[in-house]
Write a new protein. Structure first.
Length: 325
């Protein structure tokens, strides 16, 4: 009744931004990400007959409150599926992703939790099934089951059976780099959950966002297949800006950006003026991720580290999928 799994976080190049079903976590659009080797969560789940409730320990600290509730509610899904109601678990996680700062720690977190739980219960799930389960913990996490380049296919069904992630290209297909630029370690004001709901319900730009997505998806897949960095970078950066534009059109309007976020976007665009191909993307937080090719690493890192407001730069290669101990 014990399982351990390690999963990496992922960064979306085509963003998931909106749910059509909040309970099952079904998205309004398909999304595409790169799995990152630098940022991961390792989780052990042990179901124990002697426990009266679940216990969740993250980085050696016992977790209570909302984060605890999310984990224990999520374990209920598995208990229900495996007919183990009333059997509680000790969940122990270590995380090297700064929590709630736009780094999708929930992605590696829920992927590792789903993997470890399914091992602990010996469920023998296929990757597809595991991705479906993971989706219900945190949407973007369903892409972290696989390494390389991954698409979360939105699906159409109301029960979510056709909403899961698939690998588009394996880890060794293409050596691109992602620099995660930490501008602030503060907790964000508007969670992705709240931000998505507000934009879906109120943003005057939301329809434009949705309409532009099929073309972005087609272009990025072609770019990944052909290893056309400019094609991939351009569409990823534009997709990110469109996603963030929806927040300006919401009621009340909001943004995840800080002044240093915008100044870093300009720094990246200035790199291109010097013929250095680098593009940015940003999730539901102020931090910026920069994609570039390995041959430009020195120059890109030197520039990012010297930029205003930068606390830390974490470099990742394309990462592997979920693994077990
Ligand atoms: O899965 P969540 O609730 O952490 O939402 C993630 C949303 C974005 O990071 C902004 C985009 C994405 O596709 O990862």
């Amino acid at each position: 009744m014990k399982g351990t799994a390690k999963a990496h976080t992922n960064i979306a190049l085509i963003k998931y931004w909106g749910k059509r079903n909040e309970k099952l976590i079904l998205p309004t659009n398909s999304s595409l990400s790169v799995t990152l080797d630098g940022l991961h969560t390792e989780t052990t789940v042990q179901f124990r007959e002697d426990l009266q409730e679940d216990v969740f320990v993250l980085d050696n600290k016992e977790v209570t409150g909302v984060a605890y509730d999310r984990v224990t509610n999520y374990l209920d899904l598995f208990r229900h599926y495996a007919n183990k109601q009333g059997v509680f678990a000790e969940v122990t996680s270590t995380n090297n992703v700064p929590t709630a700062a736009g780094f999708a720690s929930s992605a590696s977190g829920f992927a590792a939790l789903a993997g470890a739980t399914s091992k602990a219960l010996d469920l023998q799930l296929s990757d597809e099934d595991l991705s479906r389960f993971t989706r219900q913990g945190s949407g973007s996490a369903c892409r972290s089951i696989y390494g390389g380049f991954v698409e979360w296919q939105m699906g159409e069904r109301d029960d979510g059976q056709d909403s899961f992630a698939v690998q588009v290209a394996p880890q060794d297909h293409w050596d691109i780099r992602v620099a995660a630029v930490v501008l602030t370690a503060e907790e964000k004001d508007v969670s992705s959950r709240v931000g998505m709901r507000r934009t879906v319900e109120t943003s005057v730009f939301y329809d434009g966002w949705l309409q532009s997505l099929p073309k972005d998806m087609e272009t990025i897949k072609e770019g990944i297949r052909d290893k056309d960095f400019e094609m991939v970078g351009k569409v990823a950066e534009a997709n990110c800006l469109k996603m963030h534009a929806t927040t300006f059109g919401a009621t009340p309007p909001f943004t995840y950006w800080q002044d240093t976020t915008m100044s870093l976007m300009q720094t990246v665009q200035n790199l291109r003026k010097k013929e250095i191909p680098a593009y940015f993307t940003i999730d539901a937080g102020p931090n910026v991720k920069v994609i570039y090719l390995p041959e430009y690493e020195k120059e890109v890192l030197r520039t990012l580290e010297a930029a205003r407001g930068v606390e830390k730069v974490i470099v990742s290669k394309v990462g592997a999928g979920i693994s077990y101990k």
